[in-house]
Design a binder for this molecule. Sequence first.
Ligand code: FAD
Length: 273
Amino acid sequence: MYDVIVIGCGPAGLSAAVNVRQRGGSVLCVGLSPENNPLWKAERIDNYLGFPGLSGREMMEVFRRHAQDMGVEFCEERVLNTFQSGDTWMISAGSDVFEAFSLVFTGGITRGKKYPGEEEHLGSGVSYCATCDGMIYKGKPVTVIGFGPADVKEAEFLRGIGCKVSYFEKPAKVEIPGSGIVTSVLVDGEELETACVFILRPSLAPTALFPGLELEGNYIKVDREMATNLPGLYAAGDCTGTPLQVSKAVGEGLVAGQKAMAYAVRIRKEKEN
Ligand SMILES: Cc1cc2nc3c(=O)[nH]c(=O)nc-3n(C[C@H](O)[C@H](O)[C@H](O)COP(=O)(O)OP(=O)(O)OC[C@H]3O[C@@H](n4cnc5c(N)ncnc54)[C@H](O)[C@@H]3O)c2cc1C
């Protein structure tokens, strides 16, 4: 049981987590390793106050070290589901479930549309999590659509448990034909026999994670405290709107972390009384 769980370990998420620790709270930051973050690819950043000329990689390493030194805990998984149970939040990440009084969502912007056939086959041969669903497909041919270095490891995990894996990194075209249970997939025009297509996108649309979440255009609607319309759920960074910049993400992360912690303290006291 944590005071706060932060989803996403980019600049906004790390800032939120550091500020929960600054207020004495326990915090778990859930997201893939730093090299999977979009900022990692930035050659040079010149508009972050006090650190001109750092590469995105250097900046992510400094941010991450700071959070680690402050006692932030990490879980290197994607969050695939969330739900509210009474006045606490539960999240599932990989094959684990964690609980907290409040959440800060900092998932960045969702890149790329769903593939044709993906939505229809979700749960019947389309999965977003190799460690959760891999065993179901032991001994069978599976296809992994990867988006970054972490996904090669997921493909290796599937091979390790006996799946026959075809791995593709960011293919241009994917289509899952037919209806009912998946039997094949088309990847860049090639048809493969497959029992499951693991699609390992780094981010999920926030409305898929939080049914009922209010948006404003393509971004999450928040107030000045970074609170969303769902009680105990805060959001920060690129996912709340422009400018899509590190300084804005870090500033919003600070507000969201502080307010999520204040919310957690209030709920904890109410439960104790
Ligand atoms: C090439 C490049 C150059 C850039 N140059 C600059 C620059 O010079 N100056 C500047 O200010 N900004 C720059 N930016 C923008 C900057 O990277 C973003 O504004 C910043 O990273 C936003 O931080 P964030 O934490 O909001 O989101 P992100 O950094 O996108 O982090 C969100 C993280 O959440 C993860 N996530 C999403 N969904 C889930 C889930 N369900 N479970 C677990 N994790 C999840 C994502 O995988 C991602 O790692 C650049 C970006 C790029 C790509």
